[in-house]
Design a protein around this ligand. Structure first.
Ligand SMILES: Cc1cc2nc3c(=O)[nH]c(=O)nc-3n(C[C@H](O)[C@H](O)[C@H](O)COP(=O)(O)OP(=O)(O)OC[C@H]3O[C@@H](n4cnc5c(N)ncnc54)[C@H](O)[C@@H]3O)c2cc1C
Length: 450
């Protein structure tokens, strides 16, 4: 006999009761669900699309970066577990340690994989530890992990409302083809990237924005010929390359990068400014405009052939629009640009990125209990999030949030009362790096200044 809860606008069928419900199966949410289940919590993971990975797979963001400070790997744990799995299938590529240096030959060998340190001012930029991967490989390995850890996965479930009682989150409601469904839980983790759950629960947030991108892939590319042309005819290459970028109207320096699939390149462009990533009208306009530019590029490559691209074709435009920033939590601590740039170390650090640290307080909403957030909507200013939201740190936040939720449950306290030292030790015990030990280049503040 089905049970229902009454909802504004109708009833919702209770489809699961869990210790922890995670909303959003992107990098942060998948890591959060895996970490919670690993601690023995009955965990439900909800995702609106029929696959896992969020922007990493559906957005076809195909390079993992921001996980080394040059001398050490700063994001370990579940992120590395996923990388190892994809690499074993030949679906992830990264430079071996010996190749990670500044040298012209290394630049030629690796830069078209997008694994150089683009923060560096040196020429050529150093080759660093970063990982080019295949989007379907991400989906496959995430699903394998979710199945092995016995997370209850519910795809095709579009979160619509947070259930809050006495100031505590206690579940969520989703819209599905079968009608409204409720998942009741002791702890809720918002990993939607757009802060849907915390915003619905009434947590304070800011509305940020950044460029949008309609990422796409081209097949039938002779990448060897393209690279040969680039280095043997630099002037002509620069001219043709400039024309392509002009049509895109917004791209990084290299508008195409190699992928683990032969002859397939990913194009992290065209970038477009002035759109709001949660407004239907803007998302529709961006998709239409992005595709227009992509097809214009293809027409151009047909009429003005560029070596290597003579027989190229569009394989796919990413099913998810490349939205980088929308709502941002205004949590117990708001990370500033200075915190990121100056590598400020926090005593309650639970995750690391390139060379910056994320305090546990940045995962905690104000005013609502039993709710944590993880991922690109974490508590940071817009400027700070732009330089600290890459996939690996989002996964590290997810791992921390998943463990913290189970620790709150087992000690019968709200997440904000979890003992951070114990949380850091637990993250380390599983191979993660919470950033509790500042590296030599970190800026440590007196405790009172945090
Ligand atoms: C174009 C582009 C290029 C980028 N380049 C890089 C790069 O080179 N390297 C890098 O590391 N990072 C890059 N990033 C950043 C990175 O992709 C994101 O910051 C990262 O994926 C954030 O992970 P997340 O899990 O927080 O959010 P997301 O990846 O956005 O995942 C959120 C998940 O929640 C689900 N969801 C959302 N709303 C709901 C709802 N209402 N109900 C149910 N499910 C929901 C989504 O479907 C998705 O699966 C780039 C981003 C973009 C857009």
């Amino acid at each position: 006999m089905s049970e229902y809860i009454s909802e504004p606008g109708g009833q919702a069928r209770i489809v699961a009761r869990a210790d922890v419900v995670v909303v959003g199966g992107g990098p942060a949410g998948t890591a959060a669900a895996l970490a919670a289940a690993r601690e023995g919590a009955k965990t439900v993971l909800l995702e609106r699309f029929p696959y896992l990975g969020g922007l990493a797979s559906g957005g076809m963001v195909l390079v993992l970066d921001d996980m080394t400070n040059g001398s050490e790997i700063t994001v370990t744990g579940l992120c590395q577990e996923l990388v190892e799995r994809m690499a074993r299938l030949g679906l992830a590529v990264f430079p071996p340690a010996a190749d990670r240096r500044v040298a012209e030959d290394m630049w030629r060998k690796w830069s078209r994989w997008g694994v150089h340190d683009f923060h560096s001012q040196s020429k050529p930029q150093p080759i660093t530890y970063a990982v080019a991967f295949d989007p379907d490989g991400w989906k496959r390995c995430s699903l394998d992990l979710i199945r092995e850890r016995k997370v209850e996965l519910r795809l095709q479930s579009w979160f619509s409302r947070t259930l809050v009682k006495d100031g505590r989150a206690c579940g969520v409601v989703c819209e599905t083809k079968a009608g409204r469904e409720a998942v009741l839980a002791e702890m809720v983790i918002d990993a939607t990237g757009d802060l849907d759950v915390a915003a619905s629960a009434g947590a304070p947030f800011a509305h940020g924005s950044y460029i949008l991108t309609t990422v796409f892939r081209l097949g039938g590319v002779d990448t060897e010929a393209a690279e040969r042309f680039q280095y043997e005819h630099p002037a002509r290459h620069a001219e043709l390359d400039r024309a392509c970028k002009k049509i895109m109207g917004g791209s990084w320096d290299m508008w195409w990068l190699k992928t683990p699939l032969p002859g397939v390149v990913w194009c992290n462009c065209p970038h477009m400014a002035g759109y709001d990533g949660i407004k239907v009208e803007d998302l529709t306009r961006a998709e239409v405009e992005g595709r227009r530019r992509i097809y214009a590029l293809l027409d151009h490559l047909r009429s003005t052939p560029m070596p290597g691209f003579e027989r190229c074709h569009v394989i796919d435009v990413a099913p998810q629009t490349g939205v980088r920033q929308t709502r941002l939590l205004e949590g117990e601590y708001v990370v500033s640009k200075e915190d990121v740039v100056e590598r400020v170390h926090f005593a309650d650090s639970v995750a690391r990125g390139r060379d910056y640290y994320t305090p546990y307080r940045a995962l905690l909403p104000r005013g609502v209990d039993n709710l944590l957030v993880a991922g690109r909507h974490y508590s940071a200013t817009s400027q700070a999030q732009k330089i600290s939201r890459e996939i690996p740190p989002c996964m590290a936040m997810g791992e921390a949030a998943g463990i913290a939720a189970t620790m709150a449950l087992s000690s019968g306290v709200a997440p904000r009362a979890v003992e951070v030292g114990a949380l850091q030790r637990r993250i380390r015990a599983h191979g993660g790096d919470p950033g509790d030990r500042p590296s030599a280049n970190a800026k440590t503040l007196p405790a009172a200044a945090e």
